[in-house]
Design a protein around this ligand. Structure first.
Ligand code: NAD
Length: 308
């Protein structure tokens, strides 16, 4: 008899998402390959299992939240791919931000085995995951989305159904290209104001009310002490790492190339985040790009790898 949720990948996002399900009274078993993630999962009271067999036996749904397409491919379709181990009654909710091709490959194989699957990447970040207020960008059949909705509603506030399998990651890639560009724009505007020796609090407040506002500037402000609960207030600890943003901008660039789309700002943002990562800041929250933009005018508390 199927009864529990099998949660695979309990890193920065997966851990708080799994916790929301537990809080809602769901039976959840979690699995990860990283000792660090397992340690934190145990510390936060999640039911960690040691093998995929244990995890998948009698699972009613599988939720995966992994870093990249190659991890998703390996997990579902690799040598020991779990699609072969999952029962037909089990629903797959794949939440990672990955390339469209991998999403379609896994989705097609699941379909051929009679297993229902949706791609459901998220926006809202770690902060949204902690309070169950993610937005799910969903691709898949109406039936599968309906089946997944009670679980998505626990972890999120909005379920945005974009179309067939692969559409969720498609819209997520477009969204994050816009986000990467916006974070750089917010950093450039605030650091220009700082160099002009203006009162940053006033500048931030005014742009928020004016036409130069964007989501990054308002909700994920790249300079500290302007917005509550953001990584810039916490020495730029992630959050969402610069490496993840680089990954998403690469996905956007590959997608643009595949259809001959013109994305000059997306390309520029990819170059800026790639350089930032190469300079040693891959594990810094992506809002730390303000440090690179600000140069010698940037002087804020910075300890992205610290733990206090
Ligand atoms: P993370 O690296 O913190 O967590 C991913 C976890 O997956 C790690 O603990 C890793 O060990 C585990 N993992 C990798 N391969 C595995 C496997 N085969 N089996 C089991 N576990 C495996 O990453 P994250 O920040 O939680 O992001 C996860 C996904 O969500 C990414 O695709 C990211 O782009 C997307 N995302 C992240 C954020 C954010 O703010 N962090 C926001 C939106 C979307």
């Amino acid at each position: 008899m199927s009864n529990h949720i099998a949660f695979i990948g309990v890193g920065n996002m997966g851990n708080p998402m799994a916790q929301q399900l537990v809080k809602a009274g769901k039976q959840v078993k979690v699995f990860d390959v990283s000792e660090h993630a397992i340690k934190i999962a145990k510390k936060t009271g999640l039911n960690v299992v040691n093998s995929l067999d244990d995890l998948l036996s009698n699972a009613s749904s599988v939720i995966s939240m992994l870093p990249e397409g190659k991890h998703v491919y390996e997990l579902y379709l690799g040598e020991n791919g779990i699609l072969k181990k999952i029962s037909k009654d089990c629903l797959i909710i794949e939440c990672s931000t990955i390339d469209i091709e991998t999403s379609l490959n896994v989705g097609d194989e699941a379909k051929s085995l009679g297993i229902k699957m949706i791609d459901a990447p998220v926006t809202g970040g770690v902060m949204g995951a902690r309070v169950g207020k993610l937005n799910f960008l969903v691709g898949g059949s109406n039936d599968a989305v309906k089946l997944a909705s009670p679980l998505l509603e626990i972890m999120g506030q909005k379920i945005l159904h974009a179309g067939d399998q692969g559409s969720g990651v498609g819209v997520k890639i477009c969204n994050n290209m816009s986000l990467g560009i916006s974070m750089i724009a917010a950093s450039e505007a605030l650091m220009l104001a700082k160099r002009l020796k203006m009162d940053i609090k006033k500048v931030h407040k005014i742009i928020k009310e004016a036409s130069g506002n964007n989501w990054a500037l308002t909700n994920y402000t790249p300079l500290p002490d302007l917005t509550d609960g953001v990584p810039s207030n916490n020495k730029y600890r992630p959050g969402f790492t610069a490496a993840m943003m680089k990954k998403d901008l690469n996905l956007a660039n590959d997608a643009a190339t595949s259809v001959n789309a013109s994305t000059p700002l997306g390309k520029a943002a990819l170059k800026i985040f790639s350089d930032f990562c190469e300079e040693g800041d891959a594990d810094t929250d992506y809002s730390g790009i303000s440090k690179k933009i600000g140069g010698d005018a940037w002087d804020y508390p910075f300890d992205p790898k610290g733990e206090d």
